[in-house]
Design a protein around this ligand. Structure first.
Ligand code: SAM
Length: 473
C-alpha cells in the first residue's frame, strides 16, 4: 500500500556516509523534514548539504539514543551486521525504519516519485523490483505536462472558495472536472494563470451556472473488452474514472472494474450460470433512475456492447425514456480471442469472410443454417456455443464440411487463465468438454491452421488435438 506522509518540520534521521544516504537525505528535505545525518566519514555530497544548511550533520558513530523522537530513520550503510543493528535500535525506539536496498529489514519502502510541484505520483513495487518502478516512473514522467504542478497550485488557491460556494460534493467534483478538463485548465498549462484566474472567479461567482455544471445525468454503454484490461479503449477508461455508478455484467474482468473511481457505486447485474441475475427490466429501471437523478452512469459490458450484448436494446429503452445515452465500442471476444490464440480471422490464402454466430437460440427460434456460413474460404466464430456444440458439429459435417476442418475452442480468452484447444471439427465436442466454466468461443475454418498451437500438434496424426494454457499462447 502506498501512503503519502506529511514530513513538514518533522525530525528524520539518516544513518550512512555515502551516495545512498545523501539521496535519501535530499528526498526528506524536499519533503520538508528536519533531517539529521549521522556519519563517521561523510562523503562530499553530505558535507555540501550540511554547509548549505539543508541537513544537520554529526560526524560520529550512531547510538541507540539517536533514534528517540524521530519520525522515520533511514539506514543507508553497506555492512549487513551494522544495518541489522541500526534497524533493531530504531524498532526498539518505535521508529519506522527503511534500510536502503534491504526490503526484508524495512518497515516501509520509498517509492519512485514523479513530481510536478505539490502533485506527486509514487510508484512502488514493495521492494521487489525498484528498477522496474524507475522504468515506470520515466514513462509517467514523459507523459505528464511539465506545468501540471502549476495547475495543482492553482487548484489549491481556489479550493476553499469553491468548497464554500458549492457545498454539494458531487456538483463540486463536476466543477473541478470542468476546470481541469476545460479551458481554465488549458490556460494554466499554457502559462496564462491570470486569464485562468479571471475565468475561475467568474465561475465561482455564478452559483446558477455552477449548479448547472451538475447537469442532467447520462448513460454510456461501454464495451469492457474480453478481459485483458490493456485492451480497454482510452475512452472507456476515462468514462470509468468519471462515473458515479457502474452497472456491470458478470463477464467484465475484475481488473477492468478496478479502474472505476474508488467511490463510484458498483452494481453487479450479470447473469451467472444457473443463477437468475438481475432481470433486463430491472437493469433498465436502475439506469433510468440513476441518470434521472443527474448521475453519470456507465453500463459496462463484456466485449463489445453491440455484439451479442443487448446494447442496442438498452440504448433504445433509454432513448425512449428521454435519457442521454452514448455507445462506446469495445474489443469483441472474436477479435480478442483470435489475436491471443494467434488465429487470423481472415487471410488472403485462407479466408475472405468471417461470420459471428450465436449458439444461444431462444426456444422456438429456428436454427441458423450454420453450414451455409462455414467452410470454403469462410471463418465461423460461434459465441455461447458450448452447450450446443455436438448438434452444431453434426449439422456442419452432415452439410458436407470435412471432419478435418480445423477448429479451436478458446476459454477465458486474453485472460491469464486462457485455455486453447485445437483439433479437427470432428473432435470439436471433445475439445469443448475440456473447458471449465469460463466463457468459451469456438472458431471453425482453415485459418485455425495458422495458429502456432495447430502447428504444434503431432505432425503425423492429422486427427490429433492439442490443448494449451495461457503460458503458451
Ligand atoms: C453474451 S455474449 C457477450 C459477447 C460480448 N458482447 C462480446 O462482444 O464479446 C457472451 C459470450 O461471449 C464469448 N466470450 C466473451 N468473452 C470471452 C472470453 N474472454 N473468452 C472466450 N469467449 C468469450 C463467450 O462465447 C460467451 O459465452
Amino acid at each position: 500500500m502506498l501512503v503519502s506522509l506529511d514530513f513538514a518540520r518533522r525530525p528524520a534521521l539518516v544513518l550512512g556516509d555515502g551516495a545512498a544516504a545523501a539521496s535519501k537525505a535530499r528526498l526528506l528535505t524536499e519533503a520538508g523534514a528536519r533531517v539529521t545525518v549521522i556519519a563517521d566519514s561523510p562523503a562530499a555530497d553530505l558535507r555540501a548539504m550540511a554547509e548549505a544548511g539543508m541537513v544537520r550533520l554529526e560526524w560520529r558513530a550512531a547510538t541507540p539514543c539517536d533514534m528517540v523522537g524521530r519520525a522515520v530513520a533511514i539506514v543507508a550503510v553497506e555492512d549487513e551486521d551494522e544495518a541489522q543493528r541500526l534497524v533493531s535500535w530504531a524498532r526498539a525506539a518505535r521508529v519506522w525504519v527503511n534500510a536502503v536496498d534491504r526490503p526484508a529489514l524495512s518497515d516501509f519502502s520509498v517509492p519512485a516519485l514523479v513530481r510536478r510541484g505539490p502533485l506527486e505520483v509514487g510508484i512502488a513495487s514493495g521492494g521487489a523490483a525498484p528498477a522496474l518502478a524507475r522504468l515506470v516512473r520515466s514513462r509517467i514522467d514523459a507523459g505528464l505536462p511539465e506545468r501540471l504542478g502549476a495547475l495543482t497550485g492553482f487548484a489549491r488557491r481556489f479550493r476553499a472558495a469553491v468548497t464554500a460556494t458549492v457545498p454539494d460534493g458531487r456538483t463540486r467534483r463536476l466543477l473541478w472536472d470542468r476546470v481541469f478538463q476545460g479551458d481554465i485548465g488549458e490556460r494554466v498549462l499554457a502559462g496564462d494563470e491570470a486569464g485562468a484566474a479571471e475565468r475561475m472567479i467568474a465561475l465561482i461567482n455564478r452559483p446558477a451556472e455552477t449548479a448547472a455544471v451538475a447537469g442532467p445525468g447520462m448513460v454510456h454503454i461501454v464495451g469492457a473488452g474480453p478481459g485483458d484490461p490493456e485492451l480497454l479503449t482510452l475512452k472507456a477508461q476515462r468514462l470509468l474514472q468519471a462515473a458515479d455508478v457502474v452497472l456491470y455484467d458478470s463477464l467484465v474482468d475484475r481488473r477492468v472494474l478496478d479502474l472505476a473511481r474508488r467511490d463510484a457505486t458498483r452494481v453487479p447485474v450479470g447473469k451467472r450460470r444457473g443463477a437468475p441475475g438481475v432481470g433486463q427490466d430491472a437493469i433498465h429501471g436502475l439506469m433510468i433512475e440513476a441518470a434521472s437523478a443527474g448521475q453519470r452512469v456507465v453500463r459496462l459490458k463484456g466485449g463489445d456492447p453491440l455484439v451479442f450484448g443487448r446494447g442496442g436494446e438498452e440504448a433504445a429503452v433509454l432513448e425512449r425514456a428521454g435519457i442521454d445515452v452514448h455507445l462506446v465500442p469495445g474489443i469483441t471476444a472474436a477479435l480478442g480471442c483470435a489475436a491471443s490464440a494467434g488465429i487470423p480471422l481472415t487471410h488472403r490464402d485462407h479466408a475472405s469472410a468471417v461470420t459471428l454466430l450465436t449458439g444461444h437460440v431462444q426456444d422456438g427460434d429456428p436454427d441458423v443454417d450454420a453450414a451455409a456460413l462455414a467452410g470454403g474460404d469462410r471463418t465461423l466464430v460461434v459465441y455461447m456455443g458450448r452447450s450446443r456444440v455436438t448438434r452444431l458439429t453434426r449439422r456442419l459435417i452432415a452439410a458436407g464440411l470435412p471432419g478435418e476442418t480445423p477448429a479451436a475452442v478458446i476459454e477465458n480468452g486474453t485472460r491469464p487463465d486462457q485455455q486453447l484447444h485445437v483439433g479437427p471439427l470432428s473432435a470439436l465436442p471433445a475439445l469443448a468438454r475440456r473447458t471449465g466454466h469460463g466463457p468459451s468461443l469456438i472458431v471453425i475454418g482453415d485459418v485455425v491452421r495458422l495458429a502456432p498451437a495447430w502447428r504444434d500438434r503431432t505432425p503425423h496424426a492429422p486427427h490429433s488435438s492439442l490443448s494449451i494454457s495461457a503460458a503458451r499462447t
